[in-house]
Design a protein around this ligand. Sequence first.
Ligand SMILES: [Ca+2]
Ligand SMILES: [Ca+2]
Ligand SMILES: [Ca+2]
Ligand SMILES: [Ca+2]
Length: 477
Amino acid sequence: MNYHRIRFIGQLIGIVLSVSVAAAFDGNTVPDDPYFNASGSWGQSYPDQWALKRVGFDESQDSAWRLVGDHTSPVIIAVIDTGLDWNHADISWNNIWSNPNEIPENGIDDDSNGYIDDVIGWDFYASGNKPWDHDGHGTFVTGIITAASDNGIGITGINPYARIMVLKALNNFGHSRASYLAEALVYAADNGARIVNLSVGGKGLTPVEREAVEYSIKKGVLIVVAAGNEAVQTEEFGIAGLPQVITVATTGLSDQHEIFSNWGMSVDLAAPGIDVLSLRARHTDFMAGIPEIEYQPGAAYVGADKRYYRASGTSFSAPIVTGIASLLLADKPALTNEEVYRILTQSANDIDPPGLDQYTGFGLVDARSALKADPRFFITASIDDVQIVVSENGQAVEITGSTLADSFAHAELYLGLGESPENWHSVATRLSNPVDNDVLGRIPAAAFAGGPVWVLRLVTTHRNGQTREARFRIDLE
Ligand SMILES: [Ca+2]
Ligand SMILES: [Ca+2]
Ligand SMILES: [Ca+2]
Ligand SMILES: [Ca+2]
C-alpha cells in the first residue's frame, strides 16, 4: 500500500468511446507481448510472467486462452482499489468500463444512480469521477487482470474481454474506511459488475461491510478477496473471513503456500503471488515506505521505460483468480456467481496437505481445468467434528462432517497412526449415501489402542471415479 505523499491532482479523462482499436487478442496464437515471451528480465531464473504460466496461460497448444470459444461476451469487473493510471500504454480503453447511460462532463447525473458524470467508475474518497491512481497498487492489480494483450508491448493480462470499473476506495496513502469499501461494493452491484476484486482489507468487519457483501452476492456478483499478508487467521481479517466470498492465498515458485499468507477455514483457493510482474502507474513506487519491507526505492521498476513493476503478496494472487473467473464468464456468460465459485474451487489442483486445507483451500487455481469443467460437477469431503460418545456398546468416537457429490458413488473413513500415517485401515461402515453436515460414522474406542495421535481420513468417490479427501488430526492426550 502507499505511504508517500502525492497531492491529488484532477486529471482529465481522455474519454474515447468509439475509437476503433486493432483487433482484440483472440487467444488462438501466442501473444506477442515481449515480457510474456521473456525470462530473466530482472536477473531471475524463471519466466517474467511465470505467475500466469503457472495457472495455464502459456505458449503451448493447450494454453488456457485457446479453450475460450469464438463467441465471447465482455465482462464488467469492479476493481476496488487505489484507482487506475488510464494513460498507461499497456492499458487499452477497450478494457475500461464505460457507463452507458451517463453523459460525460455535463455536470448531470444522467442515469440517476447518485453519482454525477461517473463514466469509468468513482473515487469514493474524494467524491469525484476521476479515480486516478496516485499509489500504483490498483493499476498493478488491473494489469494482472487485463493489461493489453498481443499489442507488442510489455505484458499480457489474463482477460482480453474485461471491462474494468474503476472504484477508488483507498486514499493516496493506501488506507480506506469500511464505509467506502461498502459503498463501492454496492455501486459495483448496482451498476452491472459481475465480479469484484478486493485486494484490500484489514482486521475486523463492520456490519455495513457485511451487509454490502451480502447485498452484492444476492445481486449475482462474485467477490474475490485477497487473504491478507499478516500470517494470521482470515476469520479475524475482515471480508476475507466471510464464507461467501472467494478468499485467495498466495503460493510461490514451487507451488507451496507462502508463510505470510493468512490462513483459515475461509481460504478457498491459492494463486501465485511472488515476484509478479505488472504495470507501474506513473510516478508511483508503492513498495517504498512499507515499514515491514526492506526496499530500495525504485528497485521494483522493470524496463527501460520503468513502466512495469514487480511485487509479492496476496493482493496479486486475488486478481489472478479474478482474471480466470472473468474469462469463464466471457466464455459462458450464463454462469451464476455460485457456479463460477464451484467451478473454480472444484477444478483447482490440490496442493499442500491432501484435501481441502486452511493454507490453500481447494488448491492452486487452474485456468485450463476451470474452462473445461462441467458446471454441475462437484465433490466434497469434510470432517467438522470428532466427539467421544457412550452407548450400550461402550465408548466410541463419533465423526461428523459432509460427503457430497453431484453424482455420489460412495465414501469411506480410514484411520492411520501418527502425524503422517503411511498405512490406513478402513473404519466404520462404508457410506453409500451422501451425508450433509451430519454423522459420518462411529469408531469403537478400542480402534485407538496403539498410540495417542491418529489421523482420520474421509474419502468421497464420485461416480466418474474422481475422489476428494479430508483429514482430521486426533490427539487423545
Ligand atoms: Ca450517474
Ligand atoms: Ca453526466
Ligand atoms: Ca501488452
Ligand atoms: Ca490441499
